[in-house]
Design a protein around this ligand. Structure first.
Ligand code: ZN
Length: 149
């Protein structure tokens, strides 16, 4: 189990140092901003939605290692997925980081399982889910900034 933990920590560190899809999408048709005042995390999520499919998704901003890695892995996981897939994945991810995952929940999340340790640190749950909440706001087309508070 400690090997797995090390691996998870490595994945999170690696993504926080070199976040994927870290850029603006000038032609994005959905966009939202999210804050986590408790930690100072602040991201903008860009989304190119074509019908019901997420053609492209990216983010910009600043935050702690967990929030950045989560945003990075989220963009990787969601590209090419449908709106419904994105919602289902968020639900699973949310259960994982709040410690309510079903026994096979982590496996179906792939790399996102790296965040399972977050459930031991409730204050970090907001860091891990900020990008996801922001994405949901972008999907809904909400213009107001999302706050975890
Ligand atoms: Zn944070």
């Amino acid at each position: 189990m400690s090997d797995l933990r090390d691996l998870y920590q490595e994945i999170i560190l690696e993504h926080s140092k070199q976040p994927r899809n870290y850029r603006a999408i000038p032609a994005a048709n959905h966009k939202a901003e999210g804050y986590n005042p408790l930690c100072g995390d602040h991201f903008t999520v860009y989304l190119t939605l074509e019908g019901d499919t997420i053609r492209d998704v990216s983010f910009e901003g600043s935050g702690c290692a967990i929030s950045k890695a989560s945003a990075s892995m989220m963009t990787q996981a969601l590209k090419g997925k449908s709106r419904a897939d994105a919602e289902e994945l968020f639900e699973k991810f949310h259960k994982l980081v709040t410690g309510h995952a079903e026994s096979n929940g982590a496996e179906s999340l792939g790399k996102l399982a790296a965040f399972s340790g977050v459930s031991e640190f409730p204050v970090r749950v907001k860091c891990a889910t900020l990008a996801w909440h922001t994405l949901q706001a972008a999907l809904k087309g909400e213009q107001e900034a999302v706050s975890t508070e």
